[in-house]
Design a protein around this ligand. Structure first.
Ligand SMILES: Nc1ncnc2c1ncn2[C@@H]1O[C@H](COP(=O)(O)OP(=O)(O)OP(=O)(O)O)[C@@H](O)[C@H]1O
Ligand SMILES: [Mg+2]
Length: 273
């Protein structure tokens, strides 16, 4: 696959162009759905913003835009100037999502070229201003959206999320391979829902098979960045819950990163580096 192919045959290939004012763009993807991409993207973005960075969160999951719910933010973005879109603000982030433009339960049925257009518009028509980091929450799989993103802008890197289950890992391998083929650096693999801590006896229960992602990344792929995250109650955030936040700076070998607000659930571990 050539990620820099023209979107339509006959058009000149332009290649990805840097987004003016945006220093780094990080995509969060996975092969399988429901493994915690949006949860990670939201928490990573909020944590970075809390650390003083200017952060934008682009919800590129046009099929199931969950970022508005997870951040507890809704509303129509305002148009400014000539066709510029003002992102909404939440937890110190600038946020854009199809969920703001099409709230409710009615799906928009997207075709490939429309997907390409919406990604392009979210990148170039939104008033992002200066951002240290733009976090992009991708839909599951290895499809059009990721390809459009890579065709439009140079990505600083990608984070792949998986649970330790074999089926999730099988699909995560595909996502990792997709980023490799598109020449996007793999920043890390996050093993989410790694284990569950029983609230009654504090016993750690491996729901799937803890360490599966670590094995995959270390043995199969020769990479050495991995994090794991236990399931925690209230992870959906929304109006009643703040995002639990995963701090992300200065992470080193087996550093345990604890959120400011809720240390008991901020159990996020980076293994190996
Ligand atoms: N560590 C966790 N602890 C508890 N709940 C979690 C955790 N990670 C994810 N969840 C919950 O699991 C569900 C799926 O998570 P999320 O929506 O982030 O997955 P996703 O990979 O973005 O899904 P999709 O592929 O549909 O976009 C959500 O309800 C989320 O709150
Ligand atoms: Mg999601």
């Amino acid at each position: 696959m050539n990620a820099h192919m023209p979107a339509h045959p006959g058009q000149p290939a332009q290649g990805p162009q840097p987004l003016p004012g945006v220093d780094a763009i990080i995509a969060v993807g996975s092969g399988k759905g429901g493994v915690g991409k949006t949860t990670l993207a939201v928490n990573l973005a909020v944590a970075m913003a809390k650390m003083g960075h200017k952060v934008g969160l682009l919800d590129a999951d046009v099929y199931g835009p969950n970022v508005p719910l997870m951040l507890g933010v809704s509303g129509q973005p305002k148009m400014v100037g000539e066709n510029r879109i003002e992102p909404l603000q939440a937890f110190g982030l600038k946020v854009i999502s199809v969920g703001f433009l099409n709230p409710g339960d009615k799906p928009i049925i997207w075709r490939g070229p429309m997907l390409h257009q919406i990604v392009k518009q979210f990148l170039s028509m939104v008033e992002w201003g200066h951002l240290d980091y733009m976090i992009v929450d991708l839909p599951p799989g290895t499809g059009d959206i990721a390809l459009s993103l890579v065709q439009n802008v140079p990505l600083t890197g990608a984070v792949v999320v998986s649970t330790p289950s074999d089926v999730s890992l099988q699909d995560a391998r595909k996502a990792i391979e997709m980023f490799r083929q598109m020449k996007v650096d793999l920043i890390g693999v996050v093993e989410n829902m790694s284990y569950f801590v029983c609230p009654h006896c504090d016993h750690e229960i491996d729901i799937f098979s803890r360490g599966g992602a670590e094995n995959m990344v270390g043995m199969d792929m020769g990479h050495d960045h991995i994090a794991d995250r236990q399931p925690s109650p209230g992870a959906d955030c929304g109006p009643e819950h703040d995002p639990f936040m995963i701090a992300a700076a200065g992470v080193d070998h087996r550093d345990r990163i604890i959120s400011d607000d809720e240390p008991d659930i901020g159990d996020f571990v980076i293994i190996g580096r």
